[in-house]
Design a protein around this ligand. Structure first.
Ligand SMILES: Cc1ncc(COP(=O)(O)O)c(C=O)c1O
Length: 400
């Protein structure tokens, strides 16, 4: 065994996380193992990132093959994997153009910047207000935390970018109070992720779209968590049937490798000219080669149908747990983005810690929600094994 231990985190890494007491060293499908050989079932998939589980053989092959061809060349030249991925994304969405970044936060930063620049070019400097929603999460750049609807992520980082307005999610009357001709963009997660797996109401989203049209404001969907097959459609806007002007993707897109993308129409894309925006690593050949393979596996009718079938099984299993322990107030979400809201929010940490102790990795969202975002290809056997552990953990927390 290596001499690297969990104590090295406290000694050498900045304490922005509070990692588990063990160190995972190997993963396969929806299972992983720690340094001591203990096995875990993974219902978290690296926070909705490992869409195809750990070390999927075709993804490994795509990375290996690209790693022997070309790693990085800079954006002075284009590369085959990035062009192929851009074509895939354009051909399967509303968008005409793609900008590649390295993370969800960066994709959102690009989306917010292009929205302001587009309004500036077309309507002048006065149209710069951005509306977003309380409880939302859009990443960690200064612009992202300011647009994000959770004060704890922006407090103490001022001065912050200005003219950003937050309104309660799913509250049409509040939204009508703030939308006007000075608004350049509205940013929304179709289903709030970090905030507690809260789906937008369909009528609300449709009305936001209509009001954006009326006021020439761009509608930006942050699909970093909801996209790439997570809800049983390629993107959640298909699930809602309400199309945005700009969409951001990351997480599952790279199946575990760092990549982000911002998608938009030709007209809006015109606002990003050479030099206006960019990144050294965005669209890197290794990341885009992996994302191409991930796309080829995920964006298939059979695969997406499988996501819905697995979601059904997860919901049945959750209902069975709730029948036994009566601990959940609501089980909600879409596809394999599942939030189980606890009746007693003080038990949240205890539940996820007990699960981990029994060998099941789950996440939290908001202050009272257990978040389940497994790999999209998790097997029925892995689901059964995970819920057996879940059952043991809940018995420990709530009594049999
Ligand atoms: C909806 C949403 N947007 C943006 C982000 C930020 O993505 P990243 O951590 O890759 O910057 C996240 C991350 O959890 C997210 O869930």
């Amino acid at each position: 065994m290596s001499n690297i231990t969990r104590a090295d985190f406290d000694r050498y890494e900045m304490g922005v996380y509070n990692p588990a007491p063990f160190i995972p060293v190997k993963g396969k499908g929806s299972k992983f193992w720690d340094q001591d050989g203990n096995e875990y079932i993974d219902f978290a998939a690296g926070i909705a990132v490992c869409a195809l589980g750990h070390c999927h053989p075709e993804i490994v092959k795509a990375l290996q093959e690209q790693s022997e061809k070309l790693w990085h060349i800079s954006n002075y030249m284009c590369t085959e994997p990035a062009l192929k991925l851009a074509k895939y994304l354009v051909e399967s969405t509303f968008a005409d153009k793609v900008f590649f970044a390295n993370s969800g936060g960066e994709a959102n930063e690009a989306a917010l910047k292009i929205a302001r620049r587009y309004a500036f070019n077309k309507y002048g400097a006065d149209k710069d207000i951005i509306i977003s929603f309380e409880n939302s999460f859009h990443g960690r750049t200064l612009f992202d935390v300011t647009v994000g609807g959770q004060a704890k992520y922006r407090d103490g980082f001022g001065p912050l970018p200005g003219n950003i307005v937050h309104v309660p999610f799913n509250d049409l009357e509040a939204f009508k109070q703030v939308i006007n001709d000075k608004v350049c963009a509205v940013m929304i997660e179709p289903i709030q992720g970090e905030g507690g797996i809260i789906p937008a109401d369909k009528e609300f989203l449709q009305e936001v779209r209509n009001l954006c049209n009326q006021h020439n404001a761009l509608l930006i969907y942050d699909e970093v968590q909801t996209g790439f097959g997570r809800v049983g459609k390629f993107f959640a806007y298909e699930y809602y049937n309400v199309v945005p002007d700009i969409l951001t993707s990351a997480k599952g897109l790279g199946a575990g490798i760092a990549i982000g993308a911002m998608l938009t129409t030709n007209e809006i894309a015109e606002s990003f000219k050479p030099g206006v925006h960019g990144t050294t690593f965005g669209g890197n050949p290794l990341a885009t080669a992996v994302a191409c393979k991930s796309y080829e596996l995920v964006n298939q009718p059979e695969f997406l149908k499988g996501v819905e079938e697995k979601a059904k099984l997860f919901n049945e299993k959750y209902q069975a747990l709730n029948n036994k322990y009566n601990c959940f107030k609501e089980i909600r979400g879409a596809g394999l983005l599942i939030g189980a809201q606890l009746k007693d929010e003080s038990k949240l940490k205890e539940v996820t810690s007990a699960c981990l102790k029994h060998g099941l990795f789950l996440l939290t969202a908001g202050h009272d929600v257990v978040r389940t975002v497994p790999a999209l290809n998790i097997t029925n056997e892995e689901i059964e094994a995970g819920f057996a552990k879940y059952d043991e953990a809940l018995a420990e927390v709530f009594g049999k």
